[in-house]
Design a protein around this ligand. Structure first.
Ligand code: ZN
Ligand code: ZN
Length: 141
């Protein structure tokens, strides 16, 4: 895949109710399915899928005042829409260079690297991983 094309792809995303809109003026650096129990509860799903993007390229276009934050652990803060509850971003407190954007909030079908699975030891018992993506016990290296 042409990495230059990934670099210059414009990503657009929004919450379910449309109050919060954002764009990312770069491509997806990494794609990860997080199976940790916090992601499972916060996203109400078997796992949460995050697109890693450059923080400098991320911009909120509307709904800034409706954004709410929740610190799910000592080192991770989640940002969601207070109107509809869509979980939009996860940020690692000690690394502000990237943001983890909910893949489900992105529009269209942006190019992305192959997905990896993280925190698979916390995986839901009722879900079976059936793809060939790498699996990590914690976050991917
Ligand atoms: Zn919303
Ligand atoms: Zn997680």
């Amino acid at each position: 895949m042409n990495s230059m094309k990934l670099e210059h792809e414009m990503l657009k995303g929004r919450c379910e109710c449309g109050t919060v809109k954002f764009e990312v003026e770069s491509g997806i650096q990494a794609l990860s399915h997080c199976h940790c129990s916090m992601c499972r509860r916060l996203h109400g799903a078997a796992f949460a899928t995050f697109a890693t993007v450059d923080s400098c390229a991320f911009r909120i276009l509307s709904g800034e005042l409706q954004l709410a934050r929740y610190r799910s652990s000592a080192d991770v803060v989640r940002t969601f829409c207070s109107e509809c509850g869509s979980t939009l971003i996860a940020d690692a407190v000690e690394d502000e260079s990237v943001r983890y954007v909910s893949m489900g909030a992105l529009e269209g079908d942006p190019p992305h690297p192959p997905a990896v699975h993280e925190f698979v030891t916390s995986k839901a018992h009722w879900y079976e991983i059936r793809d060939d993506g790498p699996q990590y016990e914690k976050s991917s290296p």
